[in-house]
Design a protein around this ligand. Structure first.
Ligand SMILES: Nc1ncnc2c1ncn2[C@@H]1O[C@H](COP(=O)(O)OP(=O)(O)OP(=O)(O)O)[C@@H](O)[C@H]1O
Ligand SMILES: [Mg+2]
Length: 241
């Protein structure tokens, strides 16, 4: 579903934020992208979503090259960014309808899904309000609802659990699992290693721009009693101070 080939990113000619990244995420997988602050997770996600051009390398979405056929490639995913400060001048319902228009979600499915997801995440009664009046968690929930509307094959989320209450966190984890059980794909970054451990099929660990581990969770643990947190701290300790 998602392939990155020799992807590099340098900001303003400075040090490389992402180095020679090769990655393949298959349909039906929940892939967790972890790494310390500044490791290159958001940079990678922004390249996958077409928000940032790679300095070099190729990105394929469902076999379609993002650089040569960007619109066709982008139809394969929806995206929840790390900071929900977007379209604050719109009402919640206007934002959802805008997204549904972009992805050409027909009327009946649109109404049903808006009702289903906004009720689930308990923001249905706020849809007539301007997004600027939403709390951080409400904005996050609105973005998640918007990303669920088109039911695109690939669901990309950058630290989606930040600011979500426990019930919303549970619903989002269930949705991720259901999406993959139905053949969809989830790619998300998180610092919540317990959640990553719980729901991911595979994990990629990026440190200082380099993918240093990419494997199934049980293989990363390799039969040891160490938690994912212990393994993370051990593998990334060179980057300290
Ligand atoms: N707009 C930018 N201009 C210059 N450098 C940037 C920019 N955005 C990110 N960087 C640099 O790229 C590197 C990777 O940053 P990135 O935001 O991808 O990290 P991250 O893994 O998402 O971190 P976090 O866990 O804190 O969200 C860092 O060294 C950062 O300083
Ligand atoms: Mg980030």
């Amino acid at each position: 579903m998602l392939v990155l080939k020799d992807v590099n990113k340098t900001y303003d000619g400075k040090k490389m934020a992402v180095k020679e990244l090769n990655l393949k995420v298959n349909a039906g997988e929940i892939f967790g992208f972890i790494g310390p602050n500044g490791a290159g997770k958001t940079t990678t996600i922004k390249m996958i979503t077409g928000l940032l051009p790679p300095t070099s390398g190729r990105i394929l979405l469902n076999g379609i090259d993002l650089a040569t056929l960007p619109v066709e490639a982008k139809r394969n995913f929806t995206y929840v960014p790390d900071h929900p400060e977007i379209f604050t001048g719109l009402k919640g319902i206007e934002y959802l309808n805008f997204l549904a228009d972009m992805y050409e979600v027909p009327g009946r499915e649109r109404r049903n899904r808006i009702e289903k997801y906004t009720r689930l995440f308990a923001i249905d009664t706020a849809l007539g309000d301007l997004i600027q009046a939403y709390s951080h968690g409400m904005k996050q929930k609105l973005l998640i609802c918007g990303a669920l509307l088109p039911q695109a094959p690939l669901f990309i989320l950058d630290e989606p659990l930040v600011g979500l209450d426990p019930l919303a966190t549970k619903h989002l984890k269930d949705i991720m699992r259901e999406h993959c059980a139905a053949g969809g794909t989830v790619f998300f970054s998180s610092h919540l290693l317990a959640v990553v451990d719980e729901i991911c099929d595979r994990i990629g660990l990026i440190n200082q721009g380099e993918l240093i581990v990419c494997d199934r969770v049980e293989r990363i643990k390799n039969g040891s009693a160490h938690s994912l947190e212990d393994i993370f701290l051990e593998l990334t300790k060179d980057g300290e101070g």
